[in-house]
Design a binder for this molecule. Structure first.
Ligand SMILES: [Zn+2]
Length: 45
């Protein structure tokens, strides 16, 4: 699920997730929810 801005949203509370770049070279990004503490990482090929 994505917001109109194109950012993923939390599957639990629906708030937009915040992201943090972990690795610029591999485009590894961690997405987190400030409300739930949910964290997931994405690594686009
Ligand atoms: Zn949440």
């Amino acid at each position: 699920m994505r917001t109109p801005e194109g950012f993923p949203t939390c599957p639990t509370c629906g708030d937009p997730l915040r992201f943090e770049v972990l690795d610029d070279e591999r485009f590894l990004v961690a997405w987190s929810c400030v409300n739930c503490g949910l964290i997931r990482t994405t690594e686009p090929s």
